[in-house]
Design a protein around this ligand. Structure first.
Ligand SMILES: Nc1nc2c(c(=O)[nH]1)N[C@H]1C(S)=C(S)[C@@H](COP(=O)(O)O)O[C@H]1N2
Ligand SMILES: [Mo]
Length: 320
């Protein structure tokens, strides 16, 4: 049965898991300031989820941002993986103009007290936006640094009151070969499907992005709503989400269906575990130029002090 999200009380600040459970000391020390600032901006920005390319302002949350220089907007919006529009890096920029991102709705289902289909505006309205500069490490051994605009995934998920059966969250991208020409080919098992363990999804670093570089997301980067999980390989960060499902079991994800020996469910960035066909020890930073030095890849993409504890006791070679 469909119930309105707005008839339920907003999450009280006291219900939010205290940050000290999750954050490194470094992040925590700077944390309060950045978050408080972002929240005061929130209310005035709600009309800002306009159209692709429109300006979208948000204060930077320094505690959750790396200090490396961002990759150029041109590179981030023209060198993409979005197989729904083709497998070439330039295909998404060329063909994703066909994607209609307004109106947009997201269906929430499964093990939660509140489920139903919600407009994009319903989903976004209560959430103050902030900017976070994250590294994105693709499984193909290249990386970028991107100033995303969004809000913590966990803040949205809590509004649906997941039950104790909700051990995983499953995300799906739109399936519509009229708009997504790449879906005419059986390259992946459409729709693109990804998932997170519930504690991963609730981690404050997991972001839902609606913009980047001070603008609403370009279609090729996953408009109108995409996941960003900075400590995992880029393929976990699913674009153009239309479905969120709370489940008691991990889904079979699109890449794990395509090549189970190569792409696991966890996909934590790990320089010590090579892809079967190439090394994951280093990466090429997009925009650095052909002869630039490669960067060493960091465990959990540099976010180990924040997230490694989520996997304590797990064999990360087996759970790759
Ligand atoms: N729906 C969907 N989401 C997707 C992909 C895709 O093909 N389809 N590619 C993933 C991969 S492999 C990467 S590296 C990132 C790239 O995000 P960007 O193009 O915004 O840099 O998106 C991820 N999300
Ligand atoms: Mo990727």
């Amino acid at each position: 049965m469909r119930r309105s999200l707005f008839t339920t009380p907003r999450i009280a600040a006291s219900d939010i898991t205290p940050p000290e459970r999750y954050l490194s000391r470094r992040a925590l020390l700077a944390g309060g300031v950045g978050l408080a600032a972002a929240h005061t901006l929130g209310a005035g920005m709600q009309s800002a989820f306009a159209e692709t390319g429109d300006a979208l302002a948000a204060l930077r949350n320094e505690a959750f941002s790396v200090t490396e220089r961002p990759t150029s907007f041109e590179d981030v919006s023209s060198y993409n993986n979005f197989y729904e529009f083709g497998t070439g890096k330039n295909d998404p920029a060329r063909y994703a103009v066909k994607l209609r991102t307004r109106p947009w709705s997201v269906t929430v289902s499964g093990a939660a007290e509140i489920t139903g289909t919600y407009t994009l505006e319903d989903m976004l309205k209560p959430h103050p936006l902030e900017e976070r500069v994250y590294r994105l490490r693709c499984v193909e051994a290249w990386s970028m640094v991107i100033p995303w605009i969004g809000f913590p995934l966990g803040d949205l998920l809590k509004r649906f009151k997941p039950t104790s059966k909700a051990k995983y969250v499953i995300f799906k991208t739109l399936k519509d070969m009229g708009q997504m020409r790449g879906q005419r080919e059986p390259v992946l098992d459409w729709p693109y499907t990804e998932g997170l363990r519930m504690d991963e999804a609730m981690h404050p670093l997991a972001l839902l992005a609606v913009g980047m570089y001070g603008r609403v997301l370009p279609n090729q980067d996953g408009a109108p709503l995409r996941l960003v999980v900075p400590w995992k390989y880029g393929f976990k960060s699913i674009k153009s989400i239309v479905s969120i499902q709370f489940a008691d079991r991990a889904p079979r994800t699109a890449w794990a269906i395509a090549a189970p020996e190569e792409y696991g469910f966890y996909a934590n960035v790990n320089p010590a575990v090579d892809h079967p066909r190439w090394s994951q020890a280093s990466e090429r930073r997009i925009g650095d130029g052909l002869f630039a030095q490669r960067h060493p890849t960091l465990p959990f993409n540099g976010y180990a002090s924040d997230v490694a504890s989520l996997y304590s006791g797990m064999d990360l070679r087996r759970n790759f």
